[in-house]
Design a protein around this ligand. Sequence first.
Ligand SMILES: [Zn+2]
Length: 222
Amino acid sequence: MGWSSCVLVRKPGEKPILFDTLGFNERYALLTRLRELGVAPEEIGTVLLSHFHFDHAVNYPLFPNATFYLHEEEVRHIEENGRKDLAVPVEMFPALRDSGRLELLSGESGTVEGLNWLHTPGHTPGLYSILAEYQGEKWAIVSDTVKNIQELCSGDVSMTWDDAKSRESIDKIKQWADIVVPGHDRLLRVTRMGQNVEITPVNESVLDIFVPWLDEKFTLKL
Ligand SMILES: [Zn+2]
């Protein structure tokens, strides 16, 4: 239904970083949540766009001072397949490309603002994840590399541009991570016991629904 994950990364003395920006339907929730956390949209210095799908990328214009990062394989995908991949908001790309604030990542891995990124293609050709050590654990923030718990458990995915590459990317995440932040599910813990890998949810899915013209918030537990 387009309800996606979005991660705010804050390091002392540095500008906040946002990984993905959710969809239009989550604009109010995104801005409200940032306000609750004491972050103004103007303060966000870096927006990492894992891939250019409507439910992850389209709120980039809300961050007027950010530099945006896409993988160059994703730009090729938008230009070549933007009208075939129906999740690509192809009409929104020229404004991003011509903003003067788009930087392209290339290759298999690298660093942006001190964060390690890993190319994890499959769902789209240019999809990338963030790998970070936090509080003694290995966190993989993966967007739609892994959409939900079923995909992490089985490696079987829906809506992928390349099934074999999706499996390969999921395997890499499963071998490395202690905690996975998927594109459309709860935080997931990966526990390895010999040959077996156990995947368990860390939290509940909570969805806040904001109705802009009402001064109320509805919370659903999924
Ligand atoms: Zn996607």
